[in-house]
Ligand binder design. Sequence first.
Ligand SMILES: NC(=O)c1ccc[n+]([C@@H]2O[C@H](COP(=O)([O-])OP(=O)(O)OC[C@H]3O[C@@H](n4cnc5c(N)ncnc54)[C@H](O)[C@@H]3O)[C@@H](O)[C@H]2O)c1
Length: 388
Amino acid sequence: MADKKQLRIGLVGTGLMGRAHANGYNRIHNFFPALQYEPKLVAVCSRNEEKVKAFAAQWNFESYETDWKALVAREDIDAVDICTPNDSHFEIALACAAAGKMILCEKPLARTLEEGQQMVDAIQKAGVKTTVWYNYRRIPAVTVAKNIIDSGKLGKIYHYRANFLQDWTISEDLPQGGEGLWRMDVGAAGSGVTGDLLAHCIDTAMWLNGGITDVSAMTETFVKQRMHQLTGKVEPVGIDDACLFHCHFENGSLGLFESTRYARGHKALYTFEVNGADASLKWDLHDMNRLEYFDHRDESQTRGWRSIHITDGDHPYIKNWWIPGCGIGWEHSFVHQVADFLKSLEDGSKCSPTFEEALQTQKVCAAVIDSANSKSWKDTHVDGKYVW
Ligand SMILES: NC(=O)c1ccc[n+]([C@@H]2O[C@H](COP(=O)([O-])OP(=O)(O)OC[C@H]3O[C@@H](n4cnc5c(N)ncnc54)[C@H](O)[C@@H]3O)[C@@H](O)[C@H]2O)c1
């Protein structure tokens, strides 16, 4: 449509998330044609010129940069999308705020609570619009779970439990640090599975079930030292390979969370279950178009877990895709976040989670690490002001 308004995007980082986001922007024209705004892919940035040039051509960016500072300085860019490892979110976001750019930042917001707080201060001072890519909220079955919980159908909620299990770091020969393995280096990542995987679980949990007040956690680093790719030396490993924590929610329910990269056989098994007095629901990333629902009020002879295929036209986001019964995938959650961001420009709403909301998750992650290190319960310092 010729009369569309444009959101001029500059994207930094061309790895897994660079591709997932670039795909998201590219799908909008075809699948969300009613939006008043459309993304214009002005520039992409990565440090290797040959690779970033190829990426720009492959994903329809008009130009490229090899220094993110040059990208942030460009006047033909409205919004910067930060798809780099965790140790650069802080610096890039602060520069964007100073330049008055909107920011779409990958999760976790930052490596530490202190960095996250400064990022929030900076964007509030600058008055720029933000969103953080906790994309699981925008998987239609997860959004339906939110709608069911908000409707009160579950009754009083007693339990929330979530897992995020992987198995890719079991080999003791796997190095740490550098391109592709920055997640293994605590300096680059900030933490291990807590910030990488549990942050997703915590964001979803607080979105669905409200604030977490206090936590008791244990972490383990199974392989204590690994060769560092950047120094070539064997160095201590500072990340948590596994983390288990339990917690109280503000609504009085109890939470139980587990994440590890040592669960042989599991590649990305994200599951959650919520138990209320009247009904329960559960979801599994490996079967992401389904939501399992049990309602105790059903007639007793046919009562049981229902497996709802979340692919009908009146399910969230689905009408923009194919026909009822035909599922969508993980990548669509990123398309949905782009669509919601563009919609929020149209109607002046926020695109949750904002930096402020993602800081709440950062606070819980910080309390989890603090609790594990001190072997004691820790308050999350969440102030109860949930505005999801
Ligand atoms: N939302 C999700 O489901 C999800 C999934 C994976 C990763 N993430 C997050 O996305 C971010 C990126 O993760 P990834 O898996 O895409 O990592 P990746 O290693 O696949 O890609 C990172 C990219 O950033 C580039 N890069 C690093 N430093 C740079 C710099 N200073 N300037 C320009 N480019 C730079 C690298 O060259 C690479 O292209 C992380 O914060 C991670 O936690 C989120």
